[in-house]
Design a protein around this ligand. Structure first.
Ligand code: SF4
Length: 221
């Protein structure tokens, strides 16, 4: 398949996001599919029910280029989210080829993907926003159903391949699942691995989210 024929399973585009998922003004481009099943997934309804539309790099460019001036003026660009954005890693290089070099490309990811997807993405994505959940094996598995070793190995690879300046790691406090202490241990471990950019924050239980916010934030890892 030619690179220009790689398609992206588009669920939605959220425009004019400021300082949420990347520098400057960004458009969040959300794709279908995720290998994890997080307990508080804000995207569950979308993952289960959404009907994606397959778009080519040029078609996606045409959908997001209306905000070209905002991206250029603020150092922003396009944030790929999901679901799991790195499932679509083969799409990033052909999309990079059709969009202006001034646009930044960001990817929100859990890194719960094969190594080759991370390597492909590192060639085109300017900045990675990694949600690590928790570095403890049991907490991670209970919360996501996945294996923390895969995320950790991919994070080590990404730090080597892209360098720490291109990697932000989100470290959440997850109600009923981890504690300040376990989060502190995760932070220490991440720093030992060479992570220099951390975003420390708290998840909100689904039932405690304001309805409007819950509808609005349908995407992200
Ligand atoms: S990684 Fe993100 S999209 Fe996937 S299940 Fe977890 S919260 Fe949902």
């Amino acid at each position: 398949m030619a690179l220009s024929e790689v398609l992206f399973p588009l669920i939605s585009i959220s425009r004019h996001r400021i300082g949420i998922d990347g520098e400057g003004v960004t458009s969040l481009v959300s794709g279908a599919g995720c290998p994890l099943r997080c307990r508080f997934c804000i995207n569950e309804e979308v993952l289960l029910r959404a009907k994606p539309k397959a778009v080519s790099p040029q078609e996606l460019y045409e959908k997001v280029s209306c905000d070209d001036l905002y991206y250029r003026a603020t150092g922003g660009g396009i944030t790929f989210g999901g679901g799991e954005s790195l499932l679509q890693a083969a799409f990033f290089a052909p999309f990079r080829a059709v969009c202006p070099a001034e646009w930044k490309l960001f990817a929100e990811t859990s890194l719960a993907v094969p190594r080759e997807n991370v390597a492909l993405a590192a060639g085109s994505i300017d900045e990675f926003i990694v949600d690590c959940k928790d570095m403890d094996k049991d907490i991670y598995h209970r919360y996501t159903g996945g294996d923390v070793a895969l995320m950790e190995e991919n994070l080590r690879f990404l730090l080597d391949e892209a360098g720490p300046r291109r990697v932000i790691v989100r470290v959440p406090l997850i109600p009923d699942h981890n504690t300040e202490e376990s989060r502190g241990r995760s932070i220490s471990r991440l720093k030992d691995m060479g992570v220099t950019r951390l975003d420390v924050f708290s998840y909100v239980r689904p039932e405690e989210r304001p309805k409007r916010r819950f509808r609005k934030y349908t995407f992200g890892t």
